[in-house]
Ligand binder design. Structure first.
Ligand code: NAD
Length: 485
């Protein structure tokens, strides 16, 4: 598919097939993918049948990978090189299918390269442990050893639209690093990056049985992805409703669920307000506000709220948004018009509940302006629910206890940002915020692709992603013991 990407520039649609163990599989039943900015056809993908899904999992389960640690590392380094060498063309594809601006899609390709480099390095690290057994009065002259093994069955992976390439990289790289076999279903909204990544991995030398990409209508095939007998683990990134559906459906399968967020930036009275406003803007609008860890609430101490809001509005005005292909723009569209209409309605609802709209809430199709509101009541829909778009709602708070109470008041618990230099505040935030991560003077989304990442409460089951943790989830630990004098 890499060689076909030039078609995009000529406005010619990509008609793609699934990659089932390296074979191109497709049928007459197609799903159209439209460019959210231009409304033009980006291309079409097949609607898999349940039989296609079964084939993919059967092949995956039966395949036993012969790859050494060195082989796996080499394949992933090669994949990262191919990605890097084709950064611009791949970012064009992401931009076409998602409406994310070029700045965002270029950044995303770089992140995916990092994922493969980290996973390549990690594949080389032996993760076994050794326990001497002569530690207690009833001990023995033995040692217990641990080793990690790939799962017996296949991994079923399901990904969302907001990072069409990097979400897929975060599933497949740890799977390769641990010698597993994965069948991935990308979202039907942005399926092309996943199909392209499969080709790149095959070109880099991955045995095709180790990674299949299937596409289709979730109403027809999602249940098979969750219940197929050849599946041992379901790894899902997406919204809470589907995550909870999976939790109930994928019975007696290991589940890694990375769900929605409602992350705050908390700005205390001692904070550097210029820095806080800069973080707020980048955390709120990057990726058109469509990151699970985007800043979705700004909880600001009342003593500095006026100054913060003034800077926030000024910095928001400076955000250039429009044609996603324009390299100077900071923001493209959101995923589709339906999402943009939803943000517009939620902002109007917040205004009805007393919030003051200071900037934005302007929509044209799927193009939605960055938007700032002040005096937002903490319980209105705009902030009580996840608003997955470029909206900056300021909620004023009175002190640290109030900030923590407001932050913890939603069902979500993904990440957070706190702007303060006071050590007593920092230690309290780290202890009392009900989240998976606390970033002091950084955006909630800050992390390495390697480091543990994930949420609690409705944001996830507490199992983390990030290359290292995903490798743990994707492995069985086997112990064996030997006599040892
Ligand atoms: P979504 O939940 O609507 O869809 C995600 C995936 O689930 C898609 O591939 C979709 O086809 C599939 N799906 C649909 N019905 C299904 C079913 N019945 N069973 C199984 N799968 C089904 O999410 P989205 O709108 O694509 O993405 C946005 C959401 O993802 C936001 O809530 C965001 O916060 C979340 N997200 C979370 C993380 C994280 O790491 N915690 C990262 C990125 C995005």
């Amino acid at each position: 598919m890499l060689s076909e990407l030039s078609k995009l520039k000529e406005g010619e649609p990509l008609h793609q097939k699934m990659r089932i163990a390296g074979k191109l599989v497709g049928n007459e039943r197609r799903i159209e993918v439209l460019n959210p900015y231009s409304g033009k056809l980006v291309g079409t993908i097949p609607k898999a049948t349940v039989g296609d899904i079964r084939d993919a999992f059967r092949i995956a389960r039966q395949f036993k990978s012969p790859l050494t640690r060195y082989d796996r590392s080499k394949i992933m380094l090669r994949a990262s090189e191919i990605l890097r060498a084709n950064t611009d063309a791949i970012s064009d594809l992401i931009t076409a299918e998602s409406g994310l601006c070029k700045k965002d899609s270029l950044y995303e390709v770089g992140r995916a390269c990092d994922v493969f480099v980290f996973a390549a390095n990690q594949a080389l690290v032996d993760d076994g442990q050794v326990f001497s057994c002569d530690l207690t009065p009833h001990g023995k002259q033995r040692k217990v050893y641990t080793m990690k093994e790939p799962l017996l069955g296949a991994i079923s992976a399901i990904t969302p639209f907001n990072h069409p390439l990097n979400q897929v990289a975060h599933k497949v790289a740890p799977s390769i690093a641990t010698n597993n076999r994965m069948v991935l279903k990308p979202t039907e909204k942005t399926p092309f990056s996943a199909l392209l990544l499969a080709d790149i991995l095959y070109e880099a030398g991955l045995p095709p049985e180790m990674f299949s990409v299937v596409t289709g209508d979730p109403k027809e095939i999602a249940d098979e992805m969750l219940t197929n007998a050849d599946v041992d683990l379901v790894t899902f990134t997406g919204g809470v409703p589907i995550g909870k559906y999976i939790a109930g459906k994928a019975v007696y399968k290991r589940q890694v669920l990375e769900l929605g967020g409602n992350d705050p930036i908390i700005v205390m009275e001692d904070a550097d307000i210029e820095e806080a406003a800069t973080l707020a803007v980048s955390g709120s609008y990057k990726n058109s506000g469509q990151r699970c860890t985007a800043i979705k609430r700004m909880i600001v101490h009342q003593a500095v709220a006026d100054e913060f809001v003034k800077k926030l509005v000024a910095k928001t005005r400076a955000i250039k948004f429009g044609d996603p292909m324009d390299p100077n723009n900071d923001m493209g569209t959101v995923i589709d018009e339906r999402a943009a209409i939803e943000f517009e309605a939620k902002v109007k609802d917040a205004e009805r509940h007393g919030a003051r709209l200071l900037y934005g809430n302007i929509r044209a199709g799927a193009l939605y302006s960055p938007t700032v509101l002040d005096h937002v009541p903490a319980d209105c829909k705009l902030v009580a629910e996840e608003t997955f778009g470029p909206v900056s709602p300021v909620i004023r708070c009175t002190d640290i206890a109030d900030a923590i109470r407001i932050s913890n008041s939603t069902p979500y618990g993904l990440s957070s940002s706190v702007c303060t230099n006071r050590m007593d505040y920092i230690t309290r935030f780290v202890r009392e915020l009900e989240v998976g991560s606390v970033n002091v003077r950084e955006v909630p989304g800050y992390r390495l692709e390697l480091t543990p990442f994930g949420g609690i409460k409705d944001s996830g089951l507490g199992y983390k992603e990030g290359v290292l943790e995903a490798m743990k989830s994707f492995s069985n630990t086997k112990t064996y013991s030997l006599p040892w004098n």
